[in-house]
Design a protein around this ligand. Structure first.
Ligand SMILES: Nc1ncnc2c1ncn2[C@@H]1O[C@H](COP(=O)(O)OP(=O)(O)OP(=O)(O)O)[C@@H](O)[C@H]1O
Ligand SMILES: [Mg+2]
Length: 238
């Protein structure tokens, strides 16, 4: 199960990008070239599809549509994300979301489409949306009573993880394995996700590397290994 294509329009610094994806991809570029912005598109979909999330929350987490929408976009007010996904059933899925901002600064769905094996199974706005425009403040991706026909896609998107790997852990794993167990560790697996909830959970499982002050710099806070901030701490990867 994997993403096989990502297309973005007016997303952050990308006016338009179309990336066919293989099983393993490396995103390489200078600082501020948009690597994190590109990857954030997957997390954005995860935040929408997450049962505890949704479009409004995903947008608020990113300080609103005005921050997400490309500053270079002029006439076109919509932000668009389009993904193609191969799940276990062999038929490709497509999900396309276009959104903009209304006068109350809410994100508004301009277009939401789901396809499966070349067949359209969702196309919005539909007649119900036109009769009740408030419906367009939510995607069908986030609504269990609306996404039944594409639940496998919703579940896939909700499971997206963003692991922020600490290079030192990759290069020298044996160096960290011998450190004593932290009794308060939460038992999360992997190097964690950067969502707010895992931050709280993994905070307790952070420890400082006593041999590497350059890594274990005391910063007052405890960013786990997966946080996007420059790693002052090494988080325990259970
Ligand atoms: N809405 C937006 N419109 C246009 N540009 C934007 C928008 N939001 C962010 N940017 C630009 O995106 C750039 C930052 O991109 P990003 O953080 O993804 O870079 P990066 O490649 O991950 O950099 P680094 O290597 O430092 O982590 C900045 O130049 C910023 O001005
Ligand atoms: Mg970055």
């Amino acid at each position: 199960m994997r993403f096989s294509r990502l297309k973005l329009e007016n997303w952050r610094n990308f006016l338009a990008v179309d990336v066919p994806l293989r099983r393993r991809m490396f995103v390489i570029g200078p600082n501020a070239s948009g690597k994190s912005n590109l990857l954030d598109a997957f997390r954005f979909l995860r935040d929408i599809a997450n049962p505890r999330g949704g479009l409004q929350q995903a947008v608020e987490l990113r300080q609103g549509v005005s921050q997400i929408r490309s500053l270079h976009a002029r006439a076109q007010p919509n932000v668009a994300i389009h993904v193609e996904v191969d799940l276990a059933d062999g038929e490709p899925w497509t999900y396309r979301l276009e959104f903009a901002q209304d006068k109350r600064h809410r994100a508004i769905v301009r277009r939401e489409e789901v396809g499966h094996g070349g067949t359209s199974i969702l196309r919005r706005p539909d007649p119900l949306d036109k009769s009740d425009p408030s419906r367009l403040t939510q995607t069908h991706l986030e609504q269990v009573n609306a996404n039944r026909e594409f639940r496998p896609l919703q579940e896939f998107l909700a499971r997206v993880q963003y692991l922020h790997i600490v290079p030192q852990l990759i290069r020298q794993p044996q160096r960290w394995e011998s450190l004593p167990d932290d009794p308060s560790r939460t038992g999360r697996s992997g190097c964690s996700d950067s969502s707010g909830s895992s931050w709280t959970a993994s905070r307790r499982s952070c420890w400082r590397n006593p041999n590497s002050p350059s890594i274990g710099r005391s910063s007052g806070t405890c960013p786990p290994c997966l946080r996007e901030s420059p790693g002052a701490w090494i988080g325990r990867c259970s």
